[in-house]
Design a protein around this ligand. Structure first.
Ligand SMILES: [Ca+2]
Length: 438
C-alpha cells in the first residue's frame, strides 16, 4: 500500500516537474509542491526586503502526534475534513481523487459518503480534484452540503450544493445523493494550479469560499487584484436566497454589494491560494492561511473588504515582478493588510502552509486561543500565541508541537478541529493523527 501511494506521488511529482521545465519555467516554480528548495534570488543577495527577525519559537513539551486507527483507516491525499452536524463524533473526509468517507475518529469506523471518482477521472495534475466540503448549518433539517472541486475540458472550478439521500439524516445513516448537484459557481480557470477551494460557514449563516489566483508565478493575469475576477478572493454567499438570476443570494452587507466597480460576491481579495479558512467560534474572526510563492507562508485575519496584497506583496515583502505597478503608483499598495504571521522559506521554516484553526478544545489548556497550523513539506505542526488589541492581533511566540523525524512520511494536507475541538492532522499518504498530550 505504502509503495503504491509513494509511487503514485512520485509519478505525479515527476510529471509536474517535466511540465514546468517543458514550459521553460524556473525550477523555483516547483517550490509550491515542495519538490525543490528555493535557489533563486534571495538565496544570498538581492532580497526584495529586509529579513525581519524570526518569531521566537520553543518546543512545547508533552505534545505530539498519535496515529488514529489502523491501516484500514487511511485516506490517500485528503483535501478536507469537517464534522457532520447532528451526528456526534462523526466527520466527512474528502479525498482529492473523489472518495468522500464518513469517519468516526474515536472508534476508527468509516463508511462511504460519496463516490465521486468517476467525475474525477479527467484530473491529472498535482492540485486538481476535490478541494473542499462543508455542511449547511441547518443540515440536520435540510440535508444540504457544499462541495468545491475542479474539472477539465474546459478547466474550471465548481462550487455545488448537494444533499444526502432522503430520510438519511433522520435514520442516522448519512450518504450523499450523487444526483442532487446544483451548481452555484462554475469559474473558468486560465491555468492549472492554486485552486484554493476552502469552504466554511460563518456565524452569520453565509458560505465563505476561497478561490486561488489560477496558477503559475506572479499571478500573470493579475487576477487577485482585479475586482472583476473571482480569482484570488474569498467570496461570501447567501445560499438560502437568490439575487436576480444568480443561483445564490448576495448578502446586502457584502463589502462590494453596491459597488459597480467590483463583483458583489467578494468578501476579501489579494490572496494567492486560500484553502485554509476557519472561523474562531469564540471571537467570530475569520482566519485564512495563504500559500506564498518564493519566500513566505502567511496567516491572515480576514476583514470585510480587506486586500491582502497578492500579487503586489508576498508575505511582508513587495513582489519584485510587480513593484512599480499601478497599485504602487497610486499609493493603494500602502493599504494592503499585512499577515498576522508569516514564516519564511529562507530560514527553512517551511514551504507550504496548509491552514489551521484557533484551538478551543478542552484537553490542552496551554493551547487555548492559539492558532494551530502545519506545513505540508516540512511536516511541522505549530501553535501561534497572539496578543489581541481591538481588531488587531500580534504574533508573540510560536510553539513547535511536532517536527517530522527521519523515516516518518508525515506530510499534512489537512489540520482541523475534530468533533470535540481537538486537532486532527491528515497526512497526504493517508494516515490520520491526533495532536495531543503524550
Ligand atoms: Ca498577503
Amino acid at each position: 500500500m505504502a509503495f503504491v501511494l509513494s509511487f503514485r506521488f512520485e509519478r505525479v511529482a515527476r510529471l509536474l516537474l517535466v511540465l514546468l521545465l517543458a514550459e521553460g519555467l524556473p525550477l523555483r516554480a516547483v517550490t509550491e509542491t515542495g519538490l525543490a528548495l528555493n535557489s533563486g534570488p534571495g538565496a544570498g543577495s538581492g532580497l526584495p526586503g529586509e529579513l525581519p527577525p524570526a518569531l521566537p519559537e520553543t518546543r512545547m513539551d508533552g505534545v505530539g502526534l498519535t496515529r488514529v486507527g489502523d491501516e484500514a483507516f487511511e485516506f490517500d491525499s485528503p483535501a478536507a475534513a469537517v464534522p457532520i452536524p447532528g451526528k456526534p463524533g462523526w466527520m466527512v473526509v474528502a479525498m482529492q481523487r473523489g472518495e468522500l468517507w464518513c469517519v468516526h475518529p474515536a472508534s476508527g469506523k468509516k463508511q462511504m459518503f460519496l463516490d465521486f471518482r468517476r467525475r474525477m477521472q479527467g484530473i491529472i495534475l498535482f492540485e486538481e480534484g476535490v478541494h473542499g466540503i462543508v455542511f449547511h448549518p441547518q443540515f440536520a433539517s435540510n440535508g444540504q452540503f457544499y462541495l468545491s472541486y475542479s474539472q477539465n475540458d474546459p478547466r474550471r472550478s465548481l462550487l455545488v450544493e448537494m444533499s444526502v439521500k432522503p430520510g438519511h439524516v433522520k435514520s442516522g445513516v448519512v450518504e450523499a445523493d450523487p444526483t442532487s448537484e446544483r451548481v452555484l459557481i462554475e469559474l473558468p480557470q486560465p491555468l492549472a494550479e492554486h485552486w484554493g477551494g476552502g469552504l466554511t460557514f460563518g456565524p452569520d449563516g453565509c458560505l465563505y469560499y476561497g478561490i486561488g489566483d489560477g496558477g503559475l508565478r506572479d499571478d500573470p493575469y493579475r487576477l487577485a487584484q482585479n475586482p472583476w475576477s473571482l480569482n484570488g478572493k474569498v467570496l461570501r454567499l447567501d445560499v438560502d436566497t437568490r439575487t436576480g438570476s444568480l443561483p445564490y443570494g448576495i448578502p446586502k452587507d457584502n463589502p462590494f454589494a453596491h459597488d459597480q466597480m467590483a463583483r458583489a460576491e467578494i468578501w476579501a481579495m489579494g490572496l494567492r491560494n486560500p484553502w485554509g479558512l476557519h472561523f474562531d467560534p469564540m471571537t467570530r474572526d475569520l482566519w485564512c492561511a495563504d500559500v506564498g510563492q518564493d519566500f513566505w507562508e502567511e496567516i491572515n485575519l480576514l476583514q470585510a473588504g480587506g486586500n491582502y496584497g497578492w500579487s503586489d506583496r508576498d508575505g511582508p515583502w513587495p513582489l519584485p515582478a510587480h513593484v512599480g505597478a499601478k497599485a504602487h503608483r497610486d499609493g493603494a499598495a500602502s493599504s494592503f493588510i499585512e499577515p498576522v504571521h508569516a514564516y519564511s522559506r529562507l530560514r527553512g521554516e517551511g514551504l507550504c502552509i496548509i491552514g489551521g484553526f484557533v484551538y478551543r478544545g478542552k484537553k490542552m489548556p496551554a493551547l487555548q486561543g492559539q492558532y494551530v497550523f502545519a506545513d505540508w513539506a516540512m511536516g511541522r505542526v505549530w501553535s501561534l500565541e497572539m496578543a489581541r488589541e481591538g481588531e488587531r492581533y500580534t504574533a508573540l511566540h510560536r510553539h513547535l508541537l511536532h517536527e517530522r523525524v527521519e523515516g516518518e512520511s508525515f506530510n499534512p494536507t489537512v489540520i482541523v478541529p475534530d468533533p470535540d475541538g481537538e486537532p486532527l492532522a491528515l497526512s497526504q499518504d493517508g494516515s490520520v493523527f491526533r495532536v495531543e498530550l503524550k
